[in-house]
Design a binder for this molecule. Sequence first.
Ligand SMILES: [Zn+2]
Length: 357
Amino acid sequence: MTALRFSGPVLPTGEPAELYVVGGEVTYERQPGAESVAEGWIVPGLVDAHCHIGLDAHGATTDEQAEAQAIADRDGGALLIRDAGSALDTRWVQEREDLPRLIRCGRHVARSKRYIRNYAHEVEPAELAAYAAQEAQHGDGWIKLVGDWVSREEGDLMPSFPAEAFAAAIEAAHEHGAKVTAHCFGEHVLPGLIRAGIDCIEHGTGLSTDLIDEMVARGTALVPTVMQTDKFPEYVAAGAERFPVYSRHMDDLYRRRREVIMAAHAAGVAMYAGSDGGGVSAHGNIAGEVIAMHEMGLPASDALGAASWRARAWLGWNATLDEGAPADFVVYPRNPLDDLGVLREPTAVVLRGRRVG
Ligand SMILES: [Zn+2]
């Protein structure tokens, strides 16, 4: 197979290089006769740390729709995806050389009647730990819990389960070798989850200073899904009549979200980019999330690192394009650190050593 040649500054250092791809791996050893493919800024394959392949607004998609979602994500530069819960069995995606690398969470585990219909295993507190253990065995080292949701009885955002039930579920997943993450919009669910050793918080709009410090001490990650929290005004409007308390609560969380994200960033919480593609959001838009994180106030290098080198290391992949690293990278016509908008126009996308876009 002919070697491929790329040239340009390689991020995160920006060191100019002639980068070759041979046998699916990166090498900087000169390859005579290599096919020159592209010049530009070379970035380690982007990561979407919160995405749902195989899910649309109504539940599980068909395999064909899931394939189209994965291709859209890949073409947007996301070459490694942590799937944050899917009602479809997407193991087959991992057999496909042309689709992004996929780390599955299995199916969401939620409280009965307290989540989007057809998405989750809906269970009662006594069953939670058993389902956590089950999904730990179905997934790829992660499970996804729905931490809080609107309770129709109480008319407000409420923790889905008592803190003891969450703690037992986290322990059960850890015993089966899986990390745990949870959807959390509000404040009340967070102390119990963080103190029980949860590995990651999704959305996290209800975080407070003391919990942020605890996350730093414990190494708990945060995926703030800024494009998802951009939608809170829609939830505020939709809930205003039936659930006025919930609606005001969501409005308050929305108003404080920038302060929360920037406090977490300043304290040093490990933060990663997640588009929340699937369900109600479009696939293929990890660029939009990096831009949204930057607009919240994160420096461009932190926002891009949260979707590339730092996220790759967090998920157990090569952070940087060192000699011998898997050849997963994206080439851009300009330096994304000067203009994150260029993330929407990749010149070349290389996955497993093959140009796919
Ligand atoms: Zn999600």
